[in-house]
Design a binder for this molecule. Structure first.
Ligand code: ZN
Ligand code: ZN
Length: 345
């Protein structure tokens, strides 16, 4: 479900970037970053649906996002890919992309004009997932940061421990002759799941939405194991198997063919008490593609920025925190899309 928060109507008029009703706007270069509505020129931090929206005339993104963007926004879009660290100039504004470590092709956008530097983080994490290019801190004066998990309660466990737990869950289910369904976002999470699994336990199958993503990634040179579940795949093939599926599959008749099975849900939200039960799944695994509380703070400090703009999450809490804890100028910015459950379309 998309949870839409209408923009409050408040405009911050600032030197280089404005927060407009279409998203973050750079008037000097006449470009928007992750615009919510169609615009002329759009710079896209990554291909998740709350950041990459259809209908803009021209898109600029990191090189590895181009095929994903075409797949999601239409093969007819005009899209240009830029490598990390390469610079382009638009009307005197120097624009470059740096790794955000969130998913393949995810980028922080750095804009420099007359010596002033802004960085728009997009979504990010500091954990090296072994798939996306690891996060790189970028020195700036103004840092616009996401804060999906911007509360001190969010402290994510070591990812290898999580994968070990997931493999044990799969192994135990297989010993009982049951299949295992892992639920996770089709872009980002599914690739981490498939990479973290011990394929010696049994066969790995993919929901069509995930197989489609893997086809797009294959066109970018990224290969992932797993076989697409076809309508005519015989039920006997699903034995001691893992099936990876997006959240839309939960509660759907599509799952019936894998019976008997147990379901594990993989998300940072699984740290919340009661999240597993509310989802009606057997196990929750805390696996996130976002920064947890400590990572947010580390990232903010690493930029050296005096102005922090918190958006896309717990922006009120986080803007207040950076003011109180670090003496920085903390600003709260409403975003049209909140991150809750929004990245699975
Ligand atoms: Zn995202
Ligand atoms: Zn997001």
């Amino acid at each position: 479900m998309l949870r839409n928060y209408f923009y409050t109507g408040l405009l911050y008029f600032i030197k280089m970037l404005e927060f407009s009703d279409r998203g973050i706007y750079c008037p000097q270069a006449d470009v928007y970053i992750d615009p919510w509505k169609p615009v002329g020129k759009a710079i896209i931090t990554h291909a998740h649906s709350d950041h990459a929206r259809p209908g803009s005339d021209v898109y600029l993104c990191q090189l590895h996002s181009t095929e994903l963007l075409k797949q999601r926004l239409g093969f007819g879009i005009k899209v240009e890919g830029l490598e990390y660290g390469k610079h382009i100039q638009i009307n005197g504004v120097d624009i470059s992309l740096f790794p955000a470590g969130h998913i393949i092709g995810s980028a922080q956008v750095r804009l420099e004009y007359k010596g002033e530097i802004w960085v728009v983080s997009g979504d990010y994490k500091l954990t090296d997932d072994g798939i996306s290019t690891p996060f790189e801190p970028v020195t700036c004066h103004h840092f616009i940061t996401e804060c999906t998990f911007g509360l001190p309660i969010y402290k994510f466990p070591d990812q290898q421990e999580v994968f070990d737990d997931m493999n044990r869950f799969w192994q135990d289910n297989a010993c009982e002759g049951m299949n295992t369904v892992f639920i996770g976002y089709s872009l980002g999470k599914a690739q981490r799941i498939v990479q973290g699994l011990n394929a010696g336990i049994g066969p790995v199958f993919l929901h069509g939405a995930i197989a489609n993503i893997h086809e797009a990634l294959a066109r970018q040179g990224f290969a992932f194991p797993g076989e697409r579940v076809q309508g005519d795949t015989p039920k006997e093939q699903f034995y001691k198997a893992v099936i990876i599926a997006p959240t839309s599959a939960l509660g759907s008749p599509w799952l019936k063919k894998f019976s008997p099975y147990r379901i594990g849900f993989c998300s940072g939200w699984m740290q919340l008490r009661g999240a597993r039960r509310r989802r009606g799944v057997d196990r929750g695994f805390i696996l996130s593609d976002h920064a947890d509380w400590d990572q947010l703070n580390a990232a903010v400090k690493a930029t050296g920025a005096q102005h922090i703009y918190a958006t896309h999450g717990y922006q009120h809490v986080y803007a207040h925190w950076v003011r109180e804890a670090y003496g920085l100028e903390g600003h709260e910015v409403q975003s049209f899309f909140q991150p809750v459950d929004s990245e699975d379309i």
